[in-house]
Design a protein around this ligand. Structure first.
Ligand SMILES: Cc1cc2nc3c(=O)[nH]c(=O)nc-3n(C[C@H](O)[C@H](O)[C@H](O)COP(=O)(O)OP(=O)(O)OC[C@H]3O[C@@H](n4cnc5c(N)ncnc54)[C@H](O)[C@@H]3O)c2cc1C
Length: 391
């Protein structure tokens, strides 16, 4: 028997939402409940996804929703975007990752750094999910330090050749296009819009990962792929441009992590109120209440940070350091939450009849991608001390 459900929004933040925001949040929540939750465990077990999710996510506005309508977006505020990411990740981190990559890492750079022609050609198709994109920055030898990338764009007479590798790339195996970051002959980092079906491009799916199993991750090999000048994003300026894209995705992770934590917390609350040991519900034991109370406190703190982060972003005042801090802190909070909630379920928490282990394993990816936990600590460390401890 459960008396309250106020743990999901302890400080009543949702009361600040507009009707439009509430409607978007509800429609995504409903889609996740009806469409995703009944089948996600099977996909995670089978290491598969349903390609139809792409068009359904598009219909919900989850691809580039925060872009303007002229750029095939929906003029969403950062708050709306954050809420959408939270609701998706309550279902599975893989879903939010798909939306982050397609919107923040593919549509955003095309909208921001692409030519008029590139925007016309791709943005609306990406927004509707007719075209799938991927973002290639990480390489097998260069993860946390993308400056070291070895992928090269070599100038020929009136064209270029792209050669190198990209590792751990979300959706590469199903992508039509990729935003590939490479160094040109002057050692400047540029962004290439790569048609993934071109000669010389080969993709290999990583099929043995234990995390984000309902999302496809792959390695890309580029063996002297012919690139036209019109395939280069003309306004992308080095790593700084790539990091602007990553900030969009990191903002989404900060919100998404709260969704994963809420899913674990909901499960543990229900379980603790219904499972009896020593003749009373687990929720009546002080140590279980301590676990639940600390979990709800941690989620509430993360929610407060997210709402403020969105407010700053909507006012154009948010800094990269603030996004970095929220990404790291909220992912750590979600991982701790998943571990604590798993313990509350005892052995049952290990089974796929409950979503906690899936979220827990997914959250290990969040700790690492889009800048690892350590790298985000170093970003904050540099901001607060003035010293660079990266190298
Ligand atoms: C499921 C999944 C999907 C992904 N999708 C994409 C994608 O779509 N596109 C893309 O480009 N990349 C993607 N990535 C790659 C991801 O961004 C990288 O894995 C990440 O940047 C870390 O790089 P690395 O794995 O090479 O680790 P490394 O850089 O080798 O780091 C290993 C460890 O050393 C630590 N470390 C590194 N440098 C320092 C330092 N200076 N000080 C202290 N500690 C340090 C790190 O924190 C980490 O713990 C994905 C990864 C995963 C797991």
């Amino acid at each position: 028997m459960r008396k309250n459900s106020n743990h999901r929004d302890y400080f009543g933040l949702e009361s600040k939402l507009s009707d439009a925001d509430r409607e978007i949040q509800q429609s995504i929540r409903q889609w996740v409940d009806q469409r995703i939750l009944p089948e996600i465990e099977t996909h995670a077990q089978n290491h598969s996804m349903d390609i139809r999710w792409m068009t359904e996510l598009a219909e919900l506005g989850c691809f580039g929703g925060q872009l303007s309508k002229e750029k095939s977006g929906r003029d969403w505020s950062y708050l709306t975007y954050g809420l959408a990411m939270q609701e998706l990740e309550r279902g599975d981190s893989g879903l939010r990752t798909m939306a982050s990559v397609q919107g923040g890492l593919v549509m955003y750079p095309i909208a921001e750094f692409g030519s008029e022609e590139q925007q016309q050609k791709y943005l609306s198709k990406l927004a509707t999910g007719q075209c799938i994109g991927c973002f290639g920055m990480t390489e097998s030898r260069h993860g946390s330090n993308p400056k070291g990338m070895e992928t090269r764009l070599v100038a020929k007479d009136d064209y270029f050749l792209l050669r190198g590798d990209k590792a751990w790339i979300t959706n590469a195996s199903i992508a039509d296009i990729g935003i590939i970051w490479a160094k040109n002959e002057e050692d400047h980092i540029v962004a290439v819009l790569l048609d993934m079906k071109k000669n010389g491009v080969s993709v290999k799916t990583i099929d043995d990962k234990w995390s984000l199993r309902a999302s496809i991750t792959s390695h890309i090999l580029m063996d002297d792929v012919r690139i036209e000048a019109s395939d280069i994003l003309p306004h992308a300026r080095g790593l700084r441009s790539a990091l602007t894209c990553l900030n969009k995705a990191r903002f989404g992770i900060a919100w998404g992590a709260v969704g994963a934590a809420l899913a674990c917390c909901d499960t543990a609350m229900d379980y603790a109120c219904n499972r009896e040991q020593f003749g009373k519900p687990l929720a009546q034991f002080q140590m279980v209440q301590k676990k639940l109370a600390e979990t709800v406190t941690a989620i509430a703190q993360a929610q407060l940070m997210n709402y403020r982060l969105a407010e700053l972003a909507d006012n154009g005042q948010v800094t990269a350091g603030q996004i970095s801090m929220a990404k790291r802190a909220n992912v750590e909070m979600a991982l701790n939450t998943a571990r604590t909630c798993r313990q509350i379920l005892g052995a049952e928490g290990l089974r796929s009849s409950y979503p906690i282990m899936r979220h827990l394993m997914n959250l290990e990816t969040l700790v690492t991608y889009e800048g690892s936990h350590d790298i985000h600590l170093l970003i904050t460390g540099q901001e607060i001390t003035g010293y660079n401890a990266f190298t």
